[in-house]
Design a protein around this ligand. Structure first.
Ligand SMILES: Cc1cc2nc3c(=O)[nH]c(=O)nc-3n(C[C@H](O)[C@H](O)[C@H](O)COP(=O)(O)OP(=O)(O)OC[C@H]3O[C@@H](n4cnc5c(N)ncnc54)[C@H](O)[C@@H]3O)c2cc1C
Length: 443
């Protein structure tokens, strides 16, 4: 009898495993269920599509269509099919086919990969279900937002998605108000590193309201602790929570924020049940503690690891640093590892240094400002985190810091790193190395 693997979820967490499974198990039957209309799509592209920066058909955000999985990997991809339950006593899924008047059926499996992803957090606030309140999570949202014609938009939440959605509507020349409960946007960085983001948004006309709480949504306005805002479209960007109900109801162990608990090989606590992507818990590489990261980079890696293991090989997730990057109109902002507050919460005694420099030699026309902050353990100099903001070419320098954290490097090691230089790309001391030098002085 042919063995069967079932995959639940047609995006990165589910589908990135397939080529690895196939390498190990060329003849195994693979059935993938996706309740929506797209496979392997870039949710990361939604703000750019909604903002008209990417035009044309929304399918441009799709990396691999279902037919490509069928043709290349011989996967039975079933679109518009929603898995309603996972029965781990019988090793069967219960599926509804939305395309055929909701016919339901059961299908057995030997192994299952849960890649059900995340869902935008919807606060329990009056009016949250009004049609004018939208998430920015699916390609259907992207199509809807791109086709909308608001005279004013309110973005709720100043995280990366909120900032990108504000940029989207600035690009469309629609007036935007951004409401954030805390006193800073982008809480994934220290407050001093996110302050220029709020300034940049304001400089481009966004009404950024910090320390303001939304109390109710109404047709045509948002009620806040700072008074009402007249608006005709509200975009929620308050974060992503794991879509783990299916797994939880099947008896799979859940952890941080309800995310699925997995080991290093992406195994859940139930035999033959694997999970990957935004539905899963990760291990923070610096603290060793479980955390939930909703990042496409992490989802793809987890799924690859799951696929290798499901195919009979051996692979592990090394832990996650939460390396991320976002553009706020002309300002690039990036981060990796722990913020100062996170380092303190994890009982480290951190110290930090911040320097301002240029992205290229000062005499080059493309030279833009850049600010780098590095955080290290005071007693050992071990790097714990880094944050960058600046003009074009600033943000991706965070990858140097991420590699240094991955290699458990100290500030002294980073100062010694042999980094490239030519006038169009960097000053002779790269700003990251310059910051390491400043940090060493303080250690
Ligand atoms: C606006 C936005 C911008 C982003 N920008 C970035 C970025 O710049 N960089 C970055 O690293 N990350 C970014 N992300 C995060 C990234 O998109 C996610 O981490 C990634 O999509 C996670 O993939 P996933 O497969 O785990 O989950 P999802 O993309 O949520 O996919 C899960 C899939 O499973 C399907 N599904 C769920 N339940 C069932 C079921 N019961 N039956 C059948 N199908 C089911 C869903 O329909 C969905 O298609 C962004 C996210 C958003 C929303």
């Amino acid at each position: 009898v042919t063995e069967r693997i079932v995959i639940v979820g047609g995006d990165a967490g589910g589908m990135a495993a397939i080529s690895q499974i196939r390498k190990g198990r060329p003849h195994i039957e693979i059935v993938a269920f996706e309740r929506g209309r797209w496979t392997s799509y870039s949710a990361c592209g939604i703000p750019y599509y909604a903002g008209g920066i990417v035009d044309g058909d929304v399918d441009r955000l799709v990396a691999r269509v279902p037919q490509a999985f069928r043709d290349r990997d011989h996967v039975d991809v079933r679109m518009g099919h929603e898995v309603m339950a996972i029965d781990l006593d019988r090793n069967e899924v219960e599926v509804v086919d939305h395309g055929r008047s909701d016919r339901s059926y059961r299908l057995g499996f030997d192994q299952i990969l849960i890649g059900t992803g995340g869902k935008p957090f919807r606060p329990k606030i009056t009016g949250v279900d009004l049609p004018c309140v939208r998430g920015a999570h699916t390609l259907a949202d992207a199509e809807w937002l791109a086709a909308s014609n608001p005279s004013h938009v309110t973005v709720v939440g100043g995280g990366p998605i909120g900032v990108e959605m504000a940029e989207a509507f600035v690009h469309r020349r629609v007036p935007v108000t951004l409401v954030e409960r805390s006193d800073q946007v982008l809480r994934w960085t220290d407050p001093d590193m996110s302050a220029p983001v709020a300034s940049e948004l304001r400089r481009h006309g966004v009404d950024v309201r910090l320390g303001v709480e939304v109390t109710a949504f109404e047709e045509g306005r948002v009620c806040t602790s700072d008074g009402p805002i007249d608006t005709d479209l509200i975009v929620l960007g308050i974060g992503v929570v794991p879509e783990s109900t299916l797994a939880g109801e099947a008896g799979v162990a859940l952890g941080v924020q309800g995310s699925i608990v997995v080991d290093r090989r992406q195994r859940t606590d139930r035999n033959g049940v694997w999970a990957a992507g935004d539905c899963c818990q990760s291990i923070d590489r610096i603290t060793g503690e479980p955390r939930h990261f909703a990042l496409g980079t992490v989802a793809n890696k987890m799924s690859r690891v799951a696929g290798i293991n499901m195919g009979g090989g051996y692979a592990t997730m090394p832990g996650v640093l939460g390396t991320g990057i976002v553009r706020a109109i002309t300002l690039e902002v990036s981060r990796t590892g722990l913020t100062t507050a996170q380092a303190e919460a994890a009982s480290f005694a951190p110290t930090s240094a911040t320097i301002s420099s240029r992205t290229a030699a000062g005499y080059m026309p493309e030279s833009d400002p850049i600010t780098v902050k590095l955080i290290a353990e005071r007693s050992t100099g071990r790097l714990l985190g880094g944050q960058i903001h600046g003009g074009r070419g600033a943000g991706k320098r965070i990858d140097i810091v991420a590699m240094a954290l991955q290699a458990d490097m100290t500030a002294a090691d980073l100062l010694d790193a042999d980094l490239a230089y030519a006038p169009p790309f960097s000053p002779v001391w790269d700003p990251v190395a310059m910051c390491a030098r400043e940090l060493l002085k303080r250690l």
